[in-house]
Design a binder for this molecule. Structure first.
Ligand SMILES: [Zn+2]
Length: 649
């Protein structure tokens, strides 16, 4: 049995359960899937029309290009990502009205395809630059990658239709054009690699996998022109299997690595898989924010050096978070290492969830960890520059992130659980049902939880084979987790995969209790930008301090400065507490003094033990900037007296 999922390797270590096997009920993620269907997808459709990016396909038919074209070279890809999101949503829950919108948009895309399969509204017509004349920046193959992924989603959730035929024709064109006898360069933006590998899986035609392999192997040999950002910007500096870490433009690096893992899995290339897995482990250990965000540098939207993770200049693009989820999910399927499911969880809760406003109508492109000045409200009805991070915006000049969110939320169920010959593994916890077959026998589980707000997760068996094994991921932060089969004694479980000691029978339940009480977190001393700072996490949620709460905690404050997050020092010698479910941060307040020059010859005045202790509420990071312009920080400076190595909760 196998049901649609975005990633379905031929013979993975763990088989992903698809969107018909895992159903998310109302809860943290179920609610967001609902928001996606009802608000985010229509919002994105509206903006793609309004900006003229969907209309580019109509102009291709009516001869209105290049004069009337709107958007950047890669604008076509946003329509494809939306189509992918719609396809997953339709697969999850049929909806005739959405089906009609999907079909209409598919027809407009297909009408712009040329007889040989070429499809781009930006190149190749009289008055436009010739096809493939700017592989560095033109994004033609990148756009095909998204078209192909949309086609795969539709093929798996519906079967062959116009969009599928359009995607396959484009893929066939690529195989002809970029085969061994043809153009042997690569696209400046990886993405087609993972898409072609998936198309091979979905159609059973190995030629697409072979083409994906060619693109992975060709990169790193300098086929792209030299650019001012350096060849590592598009990973053309070092071959994939020779690199030590992810580097350069973060989204490019992550999509490429996902493609490399796909190729490695389906061609049994252990060397390539090992290289990719090592690069990702190193990147997680040295180049990833506490939120799971990747890509610290605004310049080149790129990874910085190891441990260069400044919170106030965190680029941490939403798409890089999504790409990290995709990559780590593939590595989980390939290796079974729960480290990758930990990374998926961290990134989903703290980057993907943070990127979307509560009403689903605005988005973050970059995800800063420290907003020093209250952001400005983006003008309603206008696209924003992408790096404005103080408030979410309805749309961006480069708007890759909102469309990427639609397809991620619609297919989210496919990241929850996997199966192998022995049994079932649950990697992500969400209220819902899991219904599949193990060795031809039905298994049906009910997952009941209010995770991540409560750490109690109960899995009840409604149908099960005689012998099977249930494994559950214990997150790497879950010190002191316990599990028990109803009626039996609780046992302590260690981070990693916890395998139940015996098969659960119908009617039985297992409860996992994860410690989601607030905890302090410190940074490796090499993360100099947050030396002397502390963060707070609750289960998988990174917490943030936001100015409205700082203001509310000081009702007698008369000066606006007192409401700023810069006036707060954390004192981790005192416990984090909960008041009416809200995390309270023990702090000592501090009025910053103004001087002509901010570098005095002696240590400046800081709060100490004489300064009164106060408590300020914190919110989950993903909820910040939903109450108007604010200042915010994840890393809080410690009261100097509190800084002692080894201080614990
Ligand atoms: Zn993006």
């Amino acid at each position: 049995m196998s049901t649609p999922a975005p990633v379905m390797p031929d013979h993975p270590r763990l088989r992903p359960l698809g969107i018909h096997e895992v159903t998310l009920a109302p809860g943290f993620w179920g609610d967001r899937q609902q928001l996606n269907a009802e608000e985010i997808i229509p919002h994105v459709e509206h903006w793609l029309e309004r900006q003229g990016w969907a209309g580019n396909f109509d102009l291709a038919m009516t001869g209105g290009l290049p004069e009337g074209r709107s958007g950047r070279e890669f604008a076509d890809s946003e329509i494809y990502k939306l189509l992918e999101g719609m396809a997953w949503e339709l697969g999850r829950r049929p909806n005739p009205e959405l089906e009609e919108r999907f079909a209409r948009l598919s027809r407009r895309v297909a009408s712009a395809q040329e007889a040989d399969g070429y499809l781009s509204t930006a190149f190749g017509r009289p008055g436009q630059r010739p096809r493939y004349s700017d592989l560095e920046w033109g994004h033609e193959l990148y756009c095909y990658g998204h078209l192909i992924q949309a086609g795969v989603a539709r093929l798996r959730t519906y079967g062959e239709d116009l969009l599928v035929r359009t995607a396959v024709a484009a893929a066939d064109h690529v195989c002809r054009e970029f085969g061994d006898e043809g153009d042997t360069r690569v696209c400046g933006h990886p993405e087609i690699e993972t898409a072609l590998a998936e198309l091979a899986r979905a159609t059973g035609r190995p030629k697409y996998l072979q083409q994906a392999k060619k693109f992975v192997e060709r990169r790193g040999h300098g086929s792209l022109r030299k650019i001012f950002l350096g060849q590592e910007y598009f990973q053309d500096d070092t071959p994939v299997r020779a690199a030590e870490t992810l580097r350069g433009h973060a989204v490019r690096a992550l999509y490429l690595s996902a493609g490399a893992v796909d190729v490695a899995m389906d061609t049994d290339d252990d060397g390539l898989l090992t290289a990719a897995a090592q690069q990702v482990r190193r990147t997680l250990a040295r180049r990833t924010y506490i939120t799971g965000g990747m890509g610290a540098q605004h310049e080149g939207e790129s990874f910085g050096a190891d441990f260069a993770l400044p919170p106030d200049r965190s680029y941490s693009e939403t798409c890089a978070g999504i790409a990290s989820v995709q990559l780590n999910h593939r590595l989980l399927l390939a290796t079974g290492d729960p480290l990758h499911a930990d990374a998926v969880e961290r990134t989903l809760f703290n980057v993907v969830a943070a990127a979307v406003a509560e009403d689903g109508h605005s988005f973050f492109y970059t995800n800063t960890l420290h907003q020093r000045e209250a952001g400005r409200r983006p003008p309603a009805g206008e696209a924003s520059p992408r790096a404005a991070s103080g408030m979410r915006a309805p749309w961006f000049d480069v708007s890759c992130c909102p469309t990427n969110v639609t397809r991620t939320l619609a297919s989210l169920a496919a990241y929850v659980a996997t199966a192998d010959d022995q049994g079932l593994q649950i990697h992500q916890y969400a209220q819902g049902t899991i219904a599949t077959e193990l060795n031809g026998e039905p298994l049906r589980l009910l997952v009941e939880t209010e995770y991540p707000h409560h750490g109690n997760i109960q899995v009840r068996v409604e149908q099960a084979p005689q012998t099977w094994t249930l494994s559950m991921r214990i997150p790497n932060w879950a010190d002191g987790a316990r599990a028990w089969i109803t009626g039996e004694a609780p046992q302590m479980v260690e981070p990693g995969m916890f395998e139940l000691p015996r098969p659960l029978r119908v009617g039985e339940a297992v409860t996992l209790d994860l410690p989601v009480a607030p905890r302090w977190s410190w940074a490796d001393p090499r993360v100099d930008a947050v030396r002397g700072h502390v963060a707070v996490e609750c289960g998988p949620l990174v917490m943030a301090l936001e100015s409205p709460d700082v203001a509310a905690a000081a009702p007698d404050a008369v000066e606006a400065a007192d409401a700023d997050v810069a006036t707060v020092r954390a004192d981790p010698r005192h416990p984090l507490t909960l008041t009416e479910g809200q995390v309270m941060l023990p702090v000592r307040r501090h009025r910053n003094s103004e001087s002509q020059w901010p570098f005095p010859p002696r240590r400046p005045q800081e709060p100490d033990d004489e300064t009164p202790l106060a408590h300020v509420p914190m919110i989950p990071y993903h909820r910040w900037a939903n109450r108007g312009p604010s200042t915010m920080r994840v890393w809080i400076p410690e009261v100097p007296a509190a800084i002692q190595p080894g201080t614990s909760r």
